[in-house]
Ligand binder design. Structure first.
Ligand code: SF4
Length: 97
């Protein structure tokens, strides 16, 4: 999709992400789902996703899809406890006496 100056809509006022970009770069999956839903009505969605993939955007919702490290993912995992395979901290040593 090629954007031209003769587009019948004004991208500066019609794109849902123009007001609150925090939604599009949120950590919580439920917040990203809101951004994805809002992208659904955006006239730029197809071009937005294509551009984001070409630029290998590191993160965010683009064209209604979640990108991580330049690739579309189904679900963005939120921050949480580390996986069980992570090394454990050494046990505390109680002083003798
Ligand atoms: S498709 Fe792109 S331009 Fe449109 S609201 Fe979503 S992030 Fe913004």
């Amino acid at each position: 999709m090629t954007l031209t100056a003769t587009a019948p809509w004004d991208a500066a006022t019609l794109t849902p992400c123009r007001d609150d970009l925090d939604l599009w770069f949120a950590e919580k999956p439920e917040v990203l789902a809101v951004a994805q839903a809002l992208c659904g009505g955006c006239p730029l969605a197809e071009a937005c996703l294509t551009g984001a993939l070409e630029r290998a955007e590191p993160w965010g919702v683009w064209g209604g899809r979640i990108l991580v490290d330049g690739a579309v993912v189904a679900v963005k995992r939120g921050r949480g406890r580390p996986p069980r395979s992570a090394p454990t901290a050494p046990a505390a040593v109680r002083p003798a006496g």
